[in-house]
Design a protein. Structure first.
Lengths: 238, 810
């Protein structure tokens, strides 16, 4: 049992999300059950408005579910304060966004180092430098340390964003349409990087509507109208 | 033309959609520009506008400086015979006139009001171009030594006291028992030059011969009186220096001859100086005007920064509409014109509001500041106000339009459409934002600091212990109704009876015979007998109960006894400053002084010093001597919660004698409040200004930071996503703006030092260490609003789940 918990990175039970406006209740997610284990590569796909982004933001503690239970590495994160959520995001989750979301005023190095600056454990400058360079090496961007993001191509920017997501050794990488803003060649390069990371043990959960890239994941979830359509392999795994 | 009208219509339609924006711009620009126009007009009237008199640059007030060789005693008043000597013998001025300012009771009307009287020689009218509405001015028949009892009324006196009686030229007015035939009424438009007291308006003009100087005074070369003046129109070739060199020997030589027998005046000299009217009338009020201008320009700058920010936010909001205009072919110039139509309309309305506010401002200044600032009567909307209004509105319209249109990156506008609203065609550059914060903080810190300093200073004066109490005390002065006063013994008897009857009134607890402790001091030439030291202390006549009644404490020695008053004994009580001055080491009790006559006066007591509002800082030497029972000034102590009316005192007085009128009657509290008028006005004005400045600055800083926070929402979202806590983001925003805020504060220090260097004389009295504390308080207050402005716009991002900031970034 303890082995199972150690291996389970994400566990969601009966998660739902309802957006309420004055006249309307929209069920963005309905009773989602999801378990992601260490080393998994999960893709979530589905048509526009099926709830992919909502699910990803709840997975990343950017938003709160309306109901259900949610554990990250065995810790109940269903009901956290904003600051507690920030702390978990910082230590357990690495985000990769469609639009990269790098900060233009900061150099590549400082962008990658940013999560470490917000970390609960204050690292020495030396340790930060070491860790940032390691991560830049992983995405093959060590030669652009002091550039500003807007001096780089889209593919390069996304690789920097991946380095930033890795820097705090998160439990899981949450990836949102990583190739949406990229041409196909750069998109392929980024997907290669993600694949290599997964091969070396990184757990990844990716949202995409591109079937070609969804196929690269070992577990593929399809979402429709806020519910998971088929999870054959996942059920088999459990 | 039709294009112009079309654009105005479009601008109007566009503005109508955003009433909040329009209201903020109109309120802010309307009030601040109103204040600016008001002060600009004041500056014009005081500094540039010629005086309303013919050949005004050649009109002089001739001043008679009299003082000892050490420069310790100095006065600028004439001796009566010296003035007449000058008038009869000078050759510098083609035309000249004598003026004597006074107040007298008009006894020929039932209400017996006390009026400001002015005694002049005939040329006064032609020098000042004082024309009549009815009748005639003074002529040769009213010249010096003609003793022709005629009077000319001011227009307001004619209206207020005589109901604009068209038959007035057949009437008489009576002052001090003399009946004067009314021969004229001055025109309403006549403006009297304030040569003596700012804002003093003479109500009746009488021939010089009837002035209030006693027969003894008219021959005395040893007495000076500040009521009497000499004015003249100079032959234009002479410089002020030449005039002084010509007139000084004329007056000084004669005076020295006449006072040769008086030891007190050994080493004294008279110097004559010609002062141009303009300089005399303006005095040091130009400094006040420059300060007011600086203050109001500061306010306009703050308002301007705020409104710039509003316009920039509005342009940022309008980027989609502007893109569509660009897409269908609007050139950059066309876009500028469209924006200019909006800013032009707004500034036009603002200036209309500003002109209304300026007009109200003029009325307020005329109501409250006519005693403090010269020439406020001449304030009205004139061509300078209108020209400034038009220039200012054009300038601001162009400035705001230019600012807004500069933000538009015309190339990027097209991108905005192509990328369906994702582009950033319009953004306020980081440098402009920084500049706005720095300038805002600099101006607001300076203004708030100056205002808090002024507030603190006036509150300190208002709360200062004056050394005696004023509650339940009233003072009243009687003046003789006839041309000559009753004999001294009769006066004693009458005043004694009046005092007893007043004391018998049920509301009255006690009556003393003395003038108000807040005034009624005279400068006396005094010699310390032991050392022969000469001083000019302020001296007051009091009776034996004066100190006890007003609560001024005795420190050493004795108070006057009833016998001292009755026998008018040669004794004096001095204040601490006087005592320390003549005898710093040993007790002053028993020492003797001479007040200019043979008999010496012995000091019998020392009292605590009083601080009369308006006293300059250095300790004032004061002495008190026994009054005569003939004294016609009294202080009434009322029982708590009771009131005595002027009518009651009049009826008491009339039951005793018809030879006296009530000249003045006032409570000491009121008199004190009047003396503190400047402090009260300063306190209220500076407090209001500080609050307004603060308020404007808060709105301004909030606007700028709210805009820049809005621009950074995706960055904030990203930072939240990778684990930044709320505190991290608050410190981020604070850190980003800290340098601008600190720079602004440092800049304000330069502004303040610059102000100090520019106006060091005006500020010298205010500079001390406590200013440092005030500056720290100001800095803390500005820091607080800056923190507020940093934190408040962040709230919607950091107090909701991070997804709200990120949404829409995709």
């Amino acid at each position: 049992m303890s082995q199972a918990i150690a291996n389970t990175k994400i566990k969601m039970t009966n998660i739902s999300k309802i957006f309420e406006t004055q006249e309307l209740e929209t069920h963005a997610l309905r009773s989602i059950d999801l378990e992601i284990n260490a080393g998994d590569y999960v893709s979530i796909s589905g048509p526009s408005g099926c709830g992919k982004s909502t699910l990803l933001s709840i997975l990343g503690l950017l938003d709160m579910p309306s109901g259900g239970e949610f554990y990250i590495e065995g810790v109940n994160v269903t009901d956290l304060s904003l600051d507690e959520a920030a702390e978990i995001r910082n230590s357990k989750i690495g985000f990769i966004f469609q639009s990269f979301n790098l900060i233009d005023e900061l150099s590549v190095f400082d962008n990658v180092a940013l999560p470490l600056r917000y970390s609960k454990d204050k690292l020495s400058d030396e340790a930060i430098k070491k860790r940032v360079n390691e991560c830049l090496e992983l995405v093959a961007m060590s030669h652009r340390v002091s550039h500003k993001p807007n001096q780089l191509s889209g593919g390069q920017q996304q690789r920097i964003a991946i380095a930033r997501a890795l820097v705090a050794n998160p439990a899981i990488l949450l990836v949102d349409e990583p190739t949406g803003n990229l041409d196909s060649k750069s998109g392929d390069q980024v997907m290669d990087v993600l694949e290599k990371l997964n091969e070396s043990g990184t757990t990844i959960c990716m949202v995409t509507h591109d079937p070609r890239y969804a196929d690269m994941a070992r577990t593929q979830l399809k979402l429709l109208d806020g519910a998971i359509l088929t999870t054959p392999e996942l059920k088999a795994a459990v | 033309m039709s294009q112009f009208i079309y654009q105005q219509k479009q601008a109007w339609a566009s503005l109508k959609k955003n009433p909040g924006f329009v209201a903020t711009v109109l309120a802010t620009m309307g009030t601040t520009l109103g204040a600016l126009l008001c002060i600009l007009t004041l500056a014009y009237v005081l500094i540039a506008k010629p005086l309303p008199y013919p050949d005004q640059e050649n009109l002089h007030l001739v001043v008679h400086h009299i003082g000892d060789s050490k420069g310790e005693t100095n006065a600028s008043s004439y001796t009566y015979p010296g003035l007449i000597h000058l008038y009869k013998n000078q050759t510098v001025y083609d035309e000249s006139a004598l003026i004597y300012y006074d107040q007298d009771v008009l006894t020929s009307v039932p209400s017996q009001p006390t009026l400001n009287t002015l005694y002049v020689t005939p040329k006064w009218f032609s020098l000042l171009n004082a024309q009549v509405h009815l009748g005639r001015t003074f002529e040769a028949t009213e010249a010096l030594d003609t003793n022709n009892p005629v009077a000319i009324l001011s227009f307001n006196t004619w209206v207020d006291e005589f109901g604009s009686d068209t038959n007035i030229l057949n009437e008489k007015v009576t002052f001090k028992g003399v009946s004067f035939n009314v021969v004229g009424v001055l025109k309403q438009s006549f403006i009297e030059p304030a040569l003596s007291t700012i804002g003093l308006k003479s109500q009746v003009i009488l021939p010089w011969d009837y002035n209030g100087m006693s027969e003894r005074g008219r021959g005395s070369w040893g007495n000076i009186n500040s009521n009497q003046k000499f004015i003249g129109k100079v032959k234009s070739a002479l410089t002020l220096e030449q005039i002084s060199q010509t007139l000084t020997p004329l007056v000084n030589d004669t005076w020295k001859e006449k006072v040769a027998g008086m030891a007190f005046f050994n080493g004294w000299n008279i110097e004559m100086k010609a002062v141009p009217f303009k300089k005399q009338i303006l005095g040091d009020s130009t400094n006040t005007v420059y300060l007011l201008l600086a203050g109001v320009i500061g306010l306009v700058l703050i308002a301007c920064a705020n409104i710039s920010n509003l316009f920039m936010s509005r342009t940022a909001e309008q980027q989609r509409q502007l893109s569509i205009h660009a897409a269908v072919g609007a050139t950059k110039g066309k876009l500028f014109k469209a924006i200019l139509s909006e800013t032009g309309l707004l500034m036009c309305f603002s200036v209309v509001i500003a002109l209304i506010i300026a007009t109200v401002g003029f009325l307020v200044m005329q109501e409250f500041l006519s005693q403090r600032l010269p020439r406020v009567d001449e304030l009205m909307i004139n061509w300078v106000t209108l020209a400034s209004a038009i220039a200012i509105s054009l300038l601001f319209a162009l400035f705001f339009a230019g600012l807004s249109s500069r933000m538009i990156n015309y190339r990027a506008l097209n991108l905005t459409l192509q990328s369906s609203g994702k582009g950033t065609g319009i953004q306020v550059s980081k440098n402009i934002r920084k500049f706005l914060i720095v300038s805002q903080v600099a101006v607001v810190t300076s203004l708030v600091f100056v205002n808090i300093s002024l507030l603190k200073d006036s509150v300190k004066t208002i709360n200062q212990d004056i050394g005696f109490h004023t509650d339940n005390l009233m003072y009243t002065t009687f003046s003789s109704a006839g041309a000559t006063r009753p004999e001294r013994d009769l006066r004693k008897q009458l005043m004694n009876e009046v005092r007893e009857k007043l004391t018998a009134l049920p509301q009255v607890e006690q009556v003393v015979q003395a003038s108000s402790p807040l005034n009624g001091f005279n400068l006396w030439a005094t010699t310390v007998v032991a050392t022969n030291e000469r001083l000019t202390p302020e001296v007051k006549h009091i009776d034996q109960n004066y100190f006890k009644m007003i609560g001024q404490n005795l420190i050493e020695g004795d108070l006057f006894t009833t016998a001292d008053i009755k026998d008018e004994n040669r004794v004096a009580i001095v204040n601490e400053a006087f005592a320390n001055r003549i005898s710093p080491s040993e007790s002053v009790i028993g020492k003797q002084v001479s007040f200019g006559d043979e008999e010496h006066t012995t000091i019998i007591g020392i009292v605590k010093a009083v601080h009369i509002p308006g006293d300059i800082n250095e300790p004032i030497l004061r002495a008190y001597v026994p009054t005569s029972l003939a004294e016609n000034a009294m202080i009434l102590k009322l029982k708590p919660e009771s009131v005595v009316s002027r009518e009651q005192v009049v009826s008491v007085l009339q039951s005793v004698t018809s030879q006296y009128n009530i000249f003045e009657m006032e409570s000491l509290d009121t008199q004190k409040a009047q003396l503190l008028f400047t402090q009260y006005t300063t306190a209220i004005t500076s407090a209001v200004l500080a609050v307004i400045t603060f308020f404007l600055a808060t709105i301004g800083l909030y606007g700028i930071l709210s805009y820049s926070t809005q621009m950074r929402r995706f960055e904030i979202g990203t930072r939240l996503a990778i684990g930044a806590k709320r505190f991290d983001l608050i410190s981020l925003i604070i850190n980003d703006n800290l340098s601008s805020i600190i720079l602004g504060m440092i800049l304000s220090l330069f502004v303040l030092v610059g102000l100090y260097l520019g106006f060091s004389e005006a500020f010298a009295a205010y500079i001390n260490l406590s200013l440092l504390t005030l500056f720290v308080i100001t800095v803390v207050l500005i820091s607080l609003i800056s923190l507020f402005a940093c934190y408040w716009p962040l709230r919607p991002f950091i107090n909701r789940p991070a997804i709200h900031s990120l949404r829409g970034s995709e």
